[in-house]
Design a protein around this ligand. Structure first.
Ligand SMILES: N[C@@H](CCC(=O)N[C@@H](CS)C(=O)NCC(=O)O)C(=O)O
Length: 207
């Protein structure tokens, strides 16, 4: 299969990390929405990344849907989701908070980095940044204390929520360095300092 999109995108990266964790072979095509729009549109008319092109040629879009398909491929035993049905709502909300936070990080970066300098709307960038920090704060409050002792958000095995937790902590910290640190976010910081140093994260760091 082919994973289309640069790992600079946290949404591409969460898919790349899942592929690495599952040990599914894939070819990475590091296309950027800024420079390679036509090539991305050729893969998908939605023209967003990530796209996952399956062996039979079908193109999947949206990291949530792509991860759902990867989970289906590896089967319920290996899928990176909580095994207890009573964790489903908390897990879904954790994913929503963390990926929502990432969306507001991306919006902040676009607002500050992609607009012509005289058209930047600083109040909107600040609003997006505050939402990113707010979403991360709510995730931190909901996170288990187990994270500080090497556990994961939903028990002793990692899930996609842990991957999103590391990516959101790192990206929100990058756009709001004065508001995110280990004292204010001890659980997610511990997750990033532990799980976030695994080779699967390093393998998806560049391009
Ligand atoms: N909900 C989507 C978000 C994907 C997304 O925002 N991708 C960005 C790159 S980080 C993108 O393609 N932006 C260009 C555009 O939307 O036109 C997902 O989870 O995959």
């Amino acid at each position: 299969m082919r994973l289309v999109g640069r790992f600079l995108s946290p949404f591409v990266r969460r898919v790349g990390i899942a592929l690495e964790l599952y040990g599914i072979p894939y070819q990475h095509e590091p296309l950027a929405v800024t420079d390679d729009r036509d090539a991305i549109t050729e893969v998908s008319n939605l023209s967003r990344i990530p796209c996952l092109v399956l062996e039979e040629g079908e193109v999947l879009v949206d990291s949530h849907q792509i991860l759902a398909e990867l989970d289906r491929i590896v089967g319920p035993e290996r899928a990176l989701v909580p095994k207890h049905p009573d964790q489903a709502r908390a897990y879904g909300q954790m994913i929503a908070l963390l990926t929502g936070s990432l969306e507001k990080c991306v919006a902040t970066v676009y607002e500050l980095g992609r607009r012509p300098k005289d058209k930047v709307w600083p109040e909107w960038a600040q609003q997006c940044r505050s939402q990113a920090v707010g979403g991360l704060g709510e995730a931190e409050r909901r996170a288990s204390d187990a994270l500080t002792t090497g556990g994961y958000l939903f028990g002793i095995e990692p899930t996609h929520a842990d991957v999103a937790g590391v990516l959101a902590y790192e990206m929100v910290k990058a756009i709001a360095p004065d508001e995110v640190d280990t004292e204010r976010f001890p659980r997610l910081a511990a997750l990033a300092a532990g799980f976030g140093t695994r080779p699967e994260f390093k393998a998806t760091l560049h391009s």
